[in-house]
Design a binder for this molecule. Structure first.
Ligand SMILES: Cc1cc2nc3c(=O)[nH]c(=O)nc-3n(C[C@H](O)[C@H](O)[C@H](O)COP(=O)(O)OP(=O)(O)OC[C@H]3O[C@@H](n4cnc5c(N)ncnc54)[C@H](O)[C@@H]3O)c2cc1C
Ligand code: SF4
Length: 849
């Protein structure tokens, strides 16, 4: 180590998140001992995780937020807390503090961050007015509310001025303190910088559903005061007013650049110390990093660009040549428990770009992707209500999507495609600038064997945490590639695989999610395990799909028993077994469609799909279908969809068997069967294969002697022809073989694994399956038969049961608070004689250029 006199002295003004990151980056490098570092901060504590400030209100100890315990033990690092840098002498290279220190430096780093601005309105400094930036701010807010509450016997009323990211954080804090909260936003929507009108509308509804009142397009004119200078109300520019006991200003931040201004360093038009790509100011002995810096002409109000600047400044001091690579304003947050993410060119400013969006007004989800004009390259996006695809999408900005964009948008179907081929240079963790290649290399080159080790080694996922699901998938993929065993648990709540959980539930006979997770898992569950448990309970024939706590576990389609469409309405598909329907049945379907003005379309599965039903219309339509002799069908869900058939030997000259009768028999037998993924069947009356049975999970093709059975086919994104499983079966042999095939698949497949993928991964492959199903090689055939008999015996028409049950029926209202009120946002136009949703930018699912 160089002697103390040889060492250069780096002084850091400000002890926030970025200052901490700078010190850590500098000290972690090989030749770091060239420098000793003094960090001077005016807050009375070490740097802390400001991003997680709101957790203070949910009981988190503020000390848990402190950053970098080890760094402050380093003998070459000194932290001076509670000390303000008051002046800089550039010529002498010294800083002065409010404690009378006069500290020399070789290099000075300005990391003074921002302060929270109060708008220039009368009364903004009254007692009861707060900002939301530091631990002291939130502690003062809490103390004030608690003291006031002790004096009042009525609920306290709070106003947050500003409906952006910070405003909603502050609203969450007031809610947590039990204060009746109103958010006042000048713009026409919440979070105007992150989300568009469509996202803003869904966000508003979600926030209002949490009991927060939202006033948009409202300018604050004055804070009204009462006795002893306390806040007691607000007046707005439109002349209206409201009572208020506490006011929190969340109207933006301003860089704390006063030290730099005092010594004549250049500052940006809107503040911030101007730095070049190496984070140097006009003075080569002074750098600026974080929210106080103006780089590439702008000040970044996010932590990730600040961390990048810290790395660059540290690298430069150590002789490196790093430059600021630029940043984007991607953010993913949970505000008041509501997921919001905005990334890349979220507002579609690129000329000719296309937007694909999806809205589910009922579930409170809005998603939009912005694509290049050839619809291939992802430019940006907005996710509100469900940001689970953010981790997969964020690294793809500027790259071609690997699949249809809708795979990323539609709620909890198969989820986004696997990340195996994510390019090595794609940034996975934007907070710490970690690429997919670095994560894979942590496993293959540095021996990491778990996500925790990869996080420790690369820092990926250690800041905001939004990339952790993707880090896990990449880590698991690299481990598998290297032949290292990967924990196969379904998700962080269950260490069991789907099939292990199936067996566990069967044995323990538990019937509610809460009991099952208490016994076999931990925590409160997630979007992965909840639908799986609901599906397993249904596969085991344990009651109605909406019984007990199951309704809330399901994906949207399952819990609404209908197919969600892009405009937030639903489609209904009456079951038409084998595609056979009488003229009277057709007339009834037509009459019902006409009465409810439903768009009708023949589907690829030989059914009639009726689109455009509002939630509150679903039971009315079901009732009329039931009265006309139909039941509804599963055109959704992980369950039997259709059994497609050709016309067979009753009409066709070539037919050798009655394919329609067999299709009807199979559809009525397996209807309602819940499984790891959707199930489709096809029956053709001869080898000409007009029903395209070999593209189905189960394909049946007539022969002169009976039926050939094929399994494991599918169409879709990765088509696969079904494999011949057994030949020339008679009717009973055929049905028994299909019974066992399905029972075994349902018991042993992974979640969302179609029969094709299951068969490919099944140890022993098709031969093993033939052994189990046709020759009872495992001795479980009777069990498999019994499971299917139980299903057939317990089948009930789910839709009719809802009609007979007032509790279940109550779910089918358009809004949480109002029954039978159509959603006013739904708009239509006429096309080819039928109605269709209007396509308007930022409205609902649409593609526009
Ligand atoms: C509630 C909240 C939620 C947030 N959520 C997110 C989020 O989800 N994602 C995201 O990216 N960002 C978020 N941010 C913003 C993020 O916290 C900032 O971008 C980050 O803290 C900036 O770090 P910094 O070190 O530049 O500034 P700061 O963290 O502000 O640190 C600067 C420090 O310097 C001190 N200081 C200033 N002047 C002097 C002086 N003259 N002498 C001594 N000390 C001085 C200040 O008191 C402060 O302690 C959030 C901020 C808040 C308040
Ligand atoms: S598959 Fe054979 S029986 Fe069926 S319609 Fe085609 S030709 Fe006729």
């Amino acid at each position: 180590m160089p002697s103390r006199t040889d060492q250069q002295h780096v002084v850091v003004a400000g002890a926030g998140m970025v200052a901490y990151r700078f010190v850590e980056a500098l000290r972690s490098r090989d030749d770091a001992d060239r420098y000793r570092v003094t960090v001077i901060g005016d807050e009375p504590r070490p740097p802390y995780d400001r991003v997680a400030l709101t957790t203070y209100f949910t009981g988190r100890d503020p000390e848990d937020l402190h950053l970098g315990g080890d760094v402050w033990q380093d003998p070459l690092v000194t932290l001076r807390k509670g000390t303000t840098v008051t002046a800089i002498d550039r010529d002498a290279r010294r800083v002065q503090t409010d404690r009378g220190d006069d500290v020399g430096y070789d290099h000075l780093v300005l990391a003074t961050g921002s302060y929270a601005a109060r708008p220039p309105v009368d009364g903004r400094d009254l007692r009861g007015c707060f900002v939301y930036r530091t631990i002291d701010d939130v502690a003062d807010l809490r103390g004030y509310v608690e003291t006031l509450r002790a004096d009042q016997d009525r609920p306290l009323r709070g106003v947050v001025v500003g409906g952006g990211l910070l405003g909603l954080e502050a609203a969450g804090a007031l809610q947590a303190l039990g204060v009746e909260t109103t958010v006042v936003e000048f713009a026409s929507r919440l979070m105007p910088l992150q989300v568009d009108d469509g996202g803003g509308a869904v966000l508003r509804r979600l926030i209002e559903n949490l009991g927060v009142t939202v006033r948009t397009s409202t300018a604050t004119a004055k804070v009204l005061g009462a006795r002893r200078g306390r806040v007691d109300g607000m007046r707005f520019a439109d002349g209206s007013s409201m009572p208020a006991d506490v006011v929190v200003f969340a109207t933006g931040v301003r860089p704390r650049d006063e030290l730099a201004r005092d010594i004549g360093l250049s500052v940006g038009e809107r503040g911030g110390v101007i730095v070049d790509a190496s984070c140097l100011t006009d003075d080569p002995a002074i750098s600026a990093v974080g929210e106080v810096a103006c780089i590439d002409g702008r000040v970044w109000g996010l932590v990730a660009p600040g961390y990048t600047m810290a790395e660059v400044a540290a690298d430069r001091l150590l002789g490196g040549a790093a430059t600021f690579p630029g940043a984007d304003s991607s953010t993913k947050l949970k505000l008041l428990g509501v997921d919001v993410a905005s990334f890349g060119d979220a507002f579609g400013t690129e000329p000719g770009c296309l937007e694909v969006s999806y809205a589910d007004a009922v579930a409170g989800v809005y998603k939009k992707l912005v694509l290049s004009d050839d619809a291939r390259t992802l430019l940006g996006g907005i996710l509100v209500g469900d940001a689970s695809s953010y981790a997969a999408l964020r690294p793809m900005i500027g790259r071609p999507l690997r699949t249809d964009p809708s795979a990323y948008l539609v709620a909890s179907t198969d989820g986004p495609p696997p990340d195996d081929d994510l390019p090595a240079d794609a940034t996975v963790c934007s907070c710490n600038n970690v690429t997919a290649g670095e994560i894979r290399s942590a496993v293959t080159d540095q021996g990491c064997c778990s996500v925790a080790e990869v996080k420790g080694c690369t820092r990926a996922g250690t800041s905001c945490g939004s990339c952790v699901p993707l880090v896990k998938r990449l880590t698991d993929g690299a481990l598998e590639e290297a032949g290292i065993a990967v924990a196969k648990g379904m998700c962080e709540h269950f260490e069991l695989t789907r099939s292990e959980l199936f067996n566990a539930i069967q044995v323990t006979e538990l019937r509610t999610f809460s009991d099952i997770i208490a016994r076999h898992g931990r925590g409160r569950g997630c979007d992965i395990c909840k639908p799986v448990v609901a599906s397993l309970l249904a596969s085991l024939g344990t009651g109605h799909i909406l019984d007990d706590d199951r309704g809330t576990l399901q994906d949207t389609n399952d819990h609404m028993l209908a197919n969600l469409q892009k405009d937030g309405t639903y489609s209904i598909v009456p079951r038409i077994p084998g595609g056979e329907v009488t003229p009277d049945g057709l007339i009834e379907i037509g009459r019902i469609a006409k009465e409810f003005d439903l768009y009708t379309k023949i589907t690829g599965g030989q059914r009639i799909d009726m689109f455009g039903a509002r939630v509150e219309q679903l039971p009315l339509i079901w009732k009329q279908l039931v009265d006309a002799g139909f039941e509804c069908g599963h055109a959704y869900g992980k369950s039997l969809r259709t059994v497609k058939s050709c016309v067979g030997n009753s009409w066709c000259r070539y037919g050798v068997q009655d394919s329609v009768a067999m299709a009807i028999r199979l559809e009525l037998r397996y209807r309602g069967l819940r499984s790891p993924h959707k199930l489709k069947l096809g029956v053709s009356g001869c080898a000409r294969e007009c029903a395209e049975a070999r593209s189905k999970d189960v394909g049946v093709i007539a022969t002169d002697k009976g039926w050939n059975l094929y399994v494991g086919g599918n169409g879709g994104f990765t088509p696969r022809h079904a494999t011949l499983f057994a030949e020339d079966l008679d009717d009973e042999e055929l049905v028994r073989a299909i019974d066992r095939f399905f029972s075994y698949y349902i018991r042993t497949a992974d979640r969302l694994q179609r029969t094709a993928a299951w068969l490919e991964e099944l140890p022993g492959g098709i031969e093993h399956l033939q052994d189990v199903v046709l020759r009872d090689g495992l001795g479980i055939a009777a069990d498999l038969d019994a499971a299917m008999e139980r299903h057939v015996a317990s089948y009930r028409d789910e839709w009719s049961e809802v009609l007979d049950d007032p509790v279940k029926l109550a779910r089918f209202t358009s809004f949480v608070n109002a029954a039978d009120v159509p959603d006013p946002d739904l708009r239509y136009e006429t096309e080819r004689g039928q109605r269709r949703p209007v396509l308007i930018a930022g409205d609902r699912l649409e593609v526009r250029s």
